[in-house]
Ligand binder design. Sequence first.
Ligand SMILES: [Zn+2]
Length: 140
Amino acid sequence: MINVSEIKKGIVLDHICQGQGYEIFKVLHLHEVEDVVVLLQSIPSEKLGRKDLIKIETDLPLDLTVLGLMGPGITVNYIEEGERVHKKKLSLPRTVEGILSCKNPRCITLAEKIHQGSFYLAKEEMKLYRCGYCDAAVSL
Ligand SMILES: [Zn+2]
């Protein structure tokens, strides 16, 4: 029986939008982790109505840029000896290297196959980024 109510050491991703937990689970390759990982879906939440939550019982380097892009608003809790030692609320990253790709077919990043295109956050409320080379808009 896995105790899902608390973990001794690891990471808890809280305040994931309902229905997004599984997507994040896949993007973070949590199915490849050999330690205990628990995905909880549709938990009642005061803030969100319902939310998803992921508990990872191990130290894992998480890509917070990718996570922030997917789920601004997610809270990352780092747990040691059963206590929360650090908490980080994610927001959209100001700049993103790679990950996104430019939508402008004439952009130099596509022509020269630069895979590390650079994008900056243009309008946070619209989740809108712009290409650092040609300024074309990329919305999430
Ligand atoms: Zn571009």
